[in-house]
Design a protein around this ligand. Structure first.
Ligand SMILES: [Zn+2]
Length: 340
């Protein structure tokens, strides 16, 4: 961390801080953005930024708020926070990479990943959020098991965050925020290579599946690195659905590349329960013809996907593992199922 970077970001913040003023080279003060400082006197300035060693801390003499500048940005300005981490990283990596980049003909934009840093470090895990946080509330309303909340993340500035590891994926200023991030990790290296992102608001697109530029041929599977493919395992369509089933990953597509499926004999593919959805039925038929084990949902289940089954009080785990079909039996059952 470097004091000059902290000062730069304090100056970035200054237009948004009422009565902001540098009172010395190492101290700035303003009206507190946390408590409002104050209802009766708009000229009070009890919020301070003060340099301590190589960093700035901030605190308020009125409400007692106290944090590092880094912590303040993380809490109150996520877009700047990501940029702040990038700046500090560049500072740490030092002149070596800067000099190297100067030699490159097309000056490639630096990203989290080109600097070998995991993009997830700038996000909070859902398990770390308070119970009242909208991201946490969204997950608890969908009944995601609490022991799975450490596997998924929250971004309050989604498009900005993606642009830090996949430059220019989104046009700047395109506001699409507040998403649950379900990261993809390589089964071999366990490194991050993309994510599925579900909006917590009622808007389209509900999902984005985004990969690192160099990984665009990889399967967009969520959780495949955690699955034990030497025993019976399951593949479902949606990332969130996979969190409810034992030894399960999500494919995030119906355009399944069979070559990407490991140890086929142990794999059960459970697509959504949509007997009237042409693409789903066609995919299931294609899977059956190619010798895959598929789950054909019992006819009395009306819920469309695993998560809805859980919300309705059903146990998708036992339903899936007890309704596996393959070969001719699968084809016959499928004909009947698709006519429901
Ligand atoms: Zn305050």
């Amino acid at each position: 961390m470097a004091a000059w970077i902290d000062r730069k970001f304090i100056n970035y913040l200054s237009p948004y801080l009422r009565n902001f003023k540098w009172s010395s080279d190492t101290t700035a003060r303003c009206s507190c953005p946390v408590c409002g400082d104050s209802k009766t006197n708009k000229f009070k300035t009890r919020f301070f930024f003060i340099q301590r060693d190589n960093n700035y801390t901030c605190f308020c003499h009125n409400c007692g708020y106290s944090n590092s500048l880094r912590g303040y940005l993380k809490e109150y300005n996520h877009a700047y926070y990501t940029e702040y981490l990038m700046d500090n990283l560049r500072e740490r990596v030092g002149n070596k990479s800067v000099a190297y980049n100067k030699d490159l003909k097309n000056d490639k934009q630096e990203t989290f990943t080109s600097l070998c840093l995991d993009p997830l470090t700038s996000l909070d895990k859902i398990s770390e959020l308070s119970d009242e946080h909208p991201g946490k509330l969204y997950c608890t309303q969908r009944l995601i098991p609490s022991n799975k909340l450490q596997l998924i993340y929250y971004s309050s500035a989604f498009t900005d965050w993606v642009n830090t590891w996949n430059p220019n994926k989104f046009t700047t200023g395109m506001l699409d925020e507040n998403r649950i991030i379900l990261p993809f990790f390589s089964s071999k290296t366990h490194e991050f290579f993309g994510c599925s992102a579900r909006t917590i608001l009622n808007k389209e697109p509900r999902y984005y599946n985004i990969l690192l530029e160099q990984e665009e041929d990889c399967p967009k599977f969520f959780g495949y690195d955690r699955v034990d493919t030497t025993r019976e395992y399951c593949l479902v369509e949606g990332s969130i659905d996979s969190l409810f089933v034992d030894n399960c990953a999500a494919m995030n597509t119906l355009a399944i590349n069979f070559k990407q499926i490991k140890n086929k004999e142990k794999c059960i593919i459970a697509l959504d329960n949509q007997p009237r959805h042409k693409e789903v039925v066609k995919t299931m038929a294609r899977l059956a013809s190619n010798g895959f084990n598929i789950c054909i949902w019992p006819e009395d289940i009306k819920e469309k996907d695993v998560n809805q089954m859980v919300i309705a009080g059903l146990d998708p785990n036992s339903i899936i593992y007890n309704n596996v079909y393959s070969g001719l039996a699968a084809k016959l059952k499928l004909v009947k199922w698709s006519k429901i």
